[in-house]
Design a protein around this ligand. Structure first.
Ligand code: NAD
Length: 275
C-alpha cells in the first residue's frame, strides 16, 4: 500500500538513495533538507523516474520550520506514515587530531592541532544537536500524524560508532549512542499507539562528510581509510545502496513485530575484534 514517507537530510548521499528506493515501491516521498536546492534536485529526479515526490526546505533544529514542512506534506500527500530521520553528521571542532593522547601533544602549537583539552564545546554541542535534537524534534512533529493509525514507523540513523566509539570523534560517537538509546526508549514509549521505532547503524560509507578523512586527493586511502578496510571483514566501504534492503524491511509489513532494534550494516566491522 502506498504510504507518505518523510525523509530529513534527504538532499544528502544516504537519504537521497533511500528516498529513491522507497519511491520505487510506490510511496509518496517528502524530501526534506536544509538545502532546498538539494531537496528539489532529489525530488525532481524521483518524479522524472515516474515516482511522486516533493522537495521541502526544513531545518531539523527548528520546530517552526518542521511544522511548516508538515503542513506542506499534509497538503500534498496527506498524513505522514513513515519518518526517516536522516539529517546528521560530525563537526571538525568536536574531533581530536590524534587517536591517542601522548604527553608531547600538549606542547604542539601547530595551527589546528587539537587534543582532547582543546575540544570546543560549541562544536560538541553542534554535533549533539544535529544528531540527537535533530532526530527528536522531527519525531515530535511528524509522529503526531501516526498516533493510533496502522503500519506507521520511525526509522532513525545511528552509526556503528554507537556500539563502540571510534577514535578522534567523541562528540559524533556520543551523539549517535544517544540516537540508538533514544530509538529503544521511543520504541517502548510508542508501543501502545501503533508506531514502531527502529534504526540503521551504517558502517563506513564514503561520502562528502568523511571523504577527506578516508581518502587523499589522488583517491588513494589515508592511513585511517586503510585501517578501516583492514578492520572490516568484508574488505570494503559500504555503498548507500547497501542500506536499501534493511530500510525496506524495517519500513514494511515484514517488520510489523520489530521495534527498538538498531541494525548494523557494516560489513562485519562491529563484530570483528581485529584478531
Ligand atoms: P550527507 O552530509 O550527505 O547528508 C546529510 C544531509 O543533511 C545534507 O543534505 C545536509 O544538507 C542535511 N542537513 C544538515 N543539517 C541539517 C539541518 N539542520 N536540517 C535539515 N537538514 C540538514 O550525509 P550522509 O552520509 O548521507 O549521512 C546521512 C546520515 O547517515 C547522517 O545521520 C549520518 O550521521 C549517518 N551516517 C553516515 C555514515 C557515513 O559513513 N556516511 C555512517 C554512519 C551514519
Amino acid at each position: 500500500m502506498s504510504k507518505t514517507i518523510v525523509l530529513t537530510g534527504a538532499g544528502g548521499v544516504i537519504c537521497s538513495t533511500l528516498a529513491s528506493a522507497l519511491a520505487k515501491q510506490g510511496h509518496k516521498i517528502a524530501v526534506l533538507d536544509l538545502r532546498k536546492d538539494a531537496a528539489d534536485k532529489v525530488a525532481d529526479s524521483i518524479n522524472k523516474d515516474g515516482g511522486s515526490a516533493i522537495g521541502i526546505a526544513a531545518n531539523v533544529l527548528e520546530k517552526e520550520s518542521l511544522i511548516q514542512a508538515k503542513m506542506e506534506v499534509n497538503n500534498a500527500f496527506g498524513k505522514c506514515d513513515i519518518l526517516v530521520n536522516g539529517a546528521g553528521g560530525n563537526h571538525p571542532l568536536g574531533t581530536t587530531s590524534n587517536p591517542f593522547l601522548v604527553a608531547e601533544d600538549l606542547m604542539n602549537n601547530d595551527d589546528g592541532f587539537k587534543t582532547f583539552f582543546d575540544l570546543d564545546v560549541n562544536g560538541i554541542q553542534f554535533v549533539f544537536n544535529l544528531n540527537f535534537i535533530g532526530t527528536l524534534l522531527p519525531t515530535q512533529v511528524f509522529a503526531m500524524d501516526m498516533v493510533g493509525r496502522e503500519d506507521c514507523s520511525v526509522l532513525n540513523i545511528s552509526s556503528m560508532n554507537a556500539f563502540t566509539p571510534l577514535t578522534k570523534i567523541p562528540a559524533y560517537s556520543g551523539a549517535k549512542a544517544a540516537v540508538s538509546n533514544f530509538t529503544q526508549w521511543l520504541a517502548v514509549h510508542f508501543s501502545k499507539v501503533g508506531i514502531r521505532v527502529n534504526a540503521l547503524a551504517p558502517g563506513f560509507f564514503l561520502t562528502d562528510q568523511n571523504r577527506t578523512l578516508l581518502t587523499n586527493t589522488d583517491g588513494s586511502l589515508t592511513a585511517r581509510g586503510n585501517q578501516i578496510i583492514d578492520q572490516t571483514p568484508m574488505g570494503r566501504f559500504g555503498e548507500p545502496e547497501d542500506l536499501i534492503g534493511t530500510t525496506l524491511w524495517l519500513c514494511g509489513e515484514g517488520a510489523k513485530f520489530v521495534t527498538g532494534v538498531v541494525v548494523p550494516i557494516d560489513g562485519g566491522f562491529a563484530a570483528y575484534s581485529g584478531v
